[in-house]
Design a protein around this ligand. Structure first.
Ligand code: CNA
Length: 379
């Protein structure tokens, strides 16, 4: 593995392929294709496959169970007994559906239907730079609707604020562009908006990048096609919020923090995502093998049949020592987890006060003095 680590990303991937790592089934082939895209961008496959420096335990080899039960109660007990201090949350569109913002992949919801008149070949095309250049209207329509201020945070967003106020949230990695985490009061240093958001705008395809005031873009979009066409002429090309499109690099903050955060977290919560967008989905494989992982989602996602170091909750007995799948709705599951922790009163107060109610830190963080000591790395 060390020799492979020293190779260039593409060369290393080829060596792994030749060694048979991707033999046996469509899922493995899909994983190979995702890693190939990343390798072209300079991301080393071994880091994502779990062979990086931080691995103290062998990859995907059974260990003694780290949970006393594989359910929300087991996770709650783990948090308290192990005095978790560095919880990482990964989330996606599913945490905002109860706010009224449709996700992509749930059949029958509105986002795809609303955009039909723009003849999107697939829903994801709305975040495709080539499609945007040909047909910008669909994305601008989506922007108008999703602009921060049009929707309220959900109980799940306040659950994130609760973890932060309790002092145990190291970071929340969100794929969402709706900024509802901030609106719920989550401090910006606790958030990585992995696919960007509406905080800033830029002229596409400029090097060095040309920034545009976000309010200027909003005013143009509000005027409709006439408005954004005029802005395009003025700036020399289309202007868009700094939301990451397929084929664009993720924000620098993601690159700076994710390895250290995932490699040092003591619990991973994955909420409301189908875990199909790379490189984001690969983060679940960067935790140390003894770290418990909980997926809260309506449907199964990110399993080991689909990706390297994926969840093993479908496995029997000693083949799953740490993964829990809570199938169902995010809001009720977060409420149930808060209840199992004895924090349900705090959560309801946060929801009622729109994130303003005071919440006391967990005793083990109070003893630590302040969050800096253990949540070092707030950036
Ligand atoms: P996705 O692929 O649409 O998956 C969402 C997942 O959430 C699915 O597996 C659903 O079953 C599940 N789900 C939906 N509602 C709930 C609920 N109430 N409780 C529990 N589970 C639920 O979306 P991902 O986030 O995985 O995909 C990443 C894309 C989608 C990102 O690039 C986003 O930018 C993009 N997106 C973002 C938003 C937003 O910002 N709110 C909305 C739509 C799409």
């Amino acid at each position: 593995m060390q020799q492979i680590l020293d190779m260039e990303p593409l060369e290393a991937l080829q060596a792994l392929k030749e060694a048979g790592v991707f033999d046996g089934g469509e899922d493995k082939q899909e994983a190979y294709e995702q890693l190939e895209i990343l390798a072209h961008k300079g991301v080393h496959p071994v880091k994502l496959l779990g062979g990086g420096r931080r691995r103290e335990e062998p990859k995907d080899e059974p260990m003694d169970p780290v949970l006393t039960s594989f359910d929300l109660e087991g996770i709650a007990r783990y948090i308290k007994e192990h005095e978790c201090k560095r919880v990482v949350v990964m989330c996606g569109a599913g945490i905002s559906t109860s706010a009224g913002i449709p996700d992509f992949r749930t059949p029958g919801t509105g986002l795809y239907d609303n955009l039909q008149r723009y003849n999107l070949p697939v829903p994801e095309a709305v975040f495709d730079i080539d499609f945007f250049q040909k047909s910008p209207g669909a994305f601008y329509e989506l922007c108008k609707d999703m602009w921060p201020g049009n929707y309220d945070p959900t109980p799940t967003h306040y659950f994130l604020k609760l973890l932060s106020d309790k002092g145990i949230l190291l970071r929340c990695y969100s794929q969402n562009i709706d900024s509802l985490e901030c609106l719920a009061g989550l401090p910006s240093e606790r958030l990585v908006a992995a696919h960007g958001n509406f905080d800033a705008a830029h002229v596409i395809c400029t090097e060095p990048e040309v920034l545009v005031e976000i309010d200027e873009l909003k005013a143009a979009i509000d005027k409709g096609e006439e408005g954004w066409q005029a802005l395009r002429e003025e700036k020399g090309n289309l202007v868009k919020p700094k939301i990451t499109f397929f084929g664009e690099d993720l924000p620098e903050r993601f690159g700076e923090l994710h390895e250290e955060d995932l490699g040092s977290c003591d619990l991973l919560l994955v909420i409301g995502t189908s875990l199909v967008v790379a490189p984001f989905c690969m983060l679940i494989g960067l935790t140390r093998p003894g770290v418990p992982r909980l997926l809260i989602n309506r449907e199964s996602a990110g399993t080991c049949g689909k990706m390297p170091m994926g969840f093993r909750y479908e496995k029997e007995g000693s083949d799953n020592w740490r993964d829990v799948f809570q199938a169902g709705d995010c809001d009720s599951s977060c409420r149930a987890l808060a209840k199992a922790l004895g924090w349900d009163g705090d959560l309801e107060e946060l929801i009622k006060s729109r994130g303003r109610a005071p919440v006391e830190m967990v005793p083990w963080m109070l003893e630590a003095g302040d969050t800096q000591e253990t949540n070092e790395g707030a950036a």
